[in-house]
Each structure stands twice: as structure tokens, then as C-alpha cells.
Design a protein around this ligand. Structure first.
Ligand code: URA
Length: 188
């Protein structure tokens, strides 16, 4: 158990900084190994996540878990998953820039506490927020960007993979590179 992270989580569960605090069922803070050095970041919770209070638990979440597990990554062991926005936007609309700004401090706090070695953005929206606003998911997925001691990368969103199953091999390959980089960084 990561004490600092659970203190931050308890504060986050009370957050009313934007309108989403009124419509949510649960705050979706994050899930996985609290001390993991690989952190996945998605966009915002959907309906299933809002109901269960956990990120990526719907159909696309199951696919993400399956692809991760095929390369030895799992929230039971070596990864943690969070979102840029912690509460579900109604009707699954995109979070507004105001809501994104109001929420940004929570993810920043999570990353400051966890100090991951690798951040994996899940989908274009998270990649544009975390890596850079001009990030192109189709051209730059699987590339690593150095940021201090940390490596940033992005993979296709599993919802996009469900819509176009041809994206699956490239996504598994990108996740395999994450696993290999992690093994390289942590060896010796
Ligand atoms: N999509 C996301 O980006 N995050 C979730 O938690 C679920 C679906």
C-alpha cells in the first residue's frame, strides 16, 4: 500500500472542482499496483467505470487487460492505470478544457508520488494532453519520448482496436516494446 497515494485518493474522492462532481456515481482515481513503475493513462471514465469506480473495466478495458497480459503486463503486478479526468462526462461527451484543467492536479499528484519510469498514454486524447498537443496516434504510436528519467509513449485506444481489429497486432507490438524497455531499465 502506498500511503501518500491513498491520502491523495481520499482527497480526490471528495472533489467538487467542476460540474462532473455533481453527475458522477464514483470518482475513478486509478487501479493496479500502487508502486508500479509503469503507469497507463486513459482519457476519462465511461459508464462502467463510473459505476464500478475503476478505470477500464468495460469491453475495451477487458481488451486492454488481455493485450497487456499477453506481454507480461498486468494491473495485479506491474502496472497502474489512471485517467486524465477522474469523473465521467455525461453521455460520454469529451471533457471540456475547463474540466480537464480542474482535474489536472490529481494526475500530476499521482505521478509525483509514483515517479513512474514509463508512462503509456492510451489513445490520442491522453497522448495529446500528456506528450504534446500535436501528437499523431497513427504516426507516433509506439515511439518513446524521453522526459528526464522518464519515457513517454502512446498506444491506440482499445475502443479504436475494437472498431478496427487490424490495429491489434501493432498495439500488442507497442506494448511488447514497453515491457522490453522496462526490463532493460530495471535490469542490473
Ligand atoms: N476509456 C478511457 O479512456 N478510460 C477509461 O477508464 C475507460 C474507457
Amino acid at each position: 500500500m502506498n500511503e501518500k497515494l491513498s491520502v491523495l485518493k481520499n482527497e480526490c474522492l471528495k472533489c467538487k472542482a467542476c460540474e462532473l462532481g455533481k453527475s458522477r456515481t464514483n470518482v475513478v482515481f486509478g487501479d493496479g499496483n500502487d508502486n508500479a513503475k509503469i503507469v497507463f493513462i486513459g482519457e476519462a471514465p465511461g459508464a462502467n467505470e463510473d459505476l464500478q469506480g475503476k478505470p477500464f473495466v468495460g469491453r475495451s478495458g477487458k481488451l486492454l487487460d488481455e493485450m497487456c497480459e499477453s506481454v507480461g503486463l498486468s494491473r495485479n503486478t506491474n502496472i497502474y492505470i489512471a485517467n486524465t479526468v477522474k469523473c465521467r462526462p455525461p453521455e460520454n461527451r469529451d471533457p471540456s478544457p475547463y474540466e480537464q484543467r480542474a482535474c489536472a492536479g490529481w494526475l500530476k499528484g499521482q505521478l509525483e508520488i509514483m515517479r513512474p519510469l514509463i508512462i503509456v498514454c492510451v489513445g490520442r486524447i491522453a497522448a495529446q494532453e500528456v506528450i504534446g498537443k500535436d501528437f499523431s496516434i497513427s504516426r507516433q504510436h509506439g515511439e518513446f519520448f524521453r522526459h528526464g528519467k522518464m519515457y513517454l509513449t502512446a498506444v491506440y485506444h482499445p475502443a479504436a482496436v475494437l472498431r478496427n481489429i487490424n490495429l491489434k497486432p501493432a498495439t500488442v507490438e507497442d506494448l511488447k516494446k514497453v515491457r522490453e524497455l522496462y526490463d532493460k531499465i530495471t535490469a542490473g
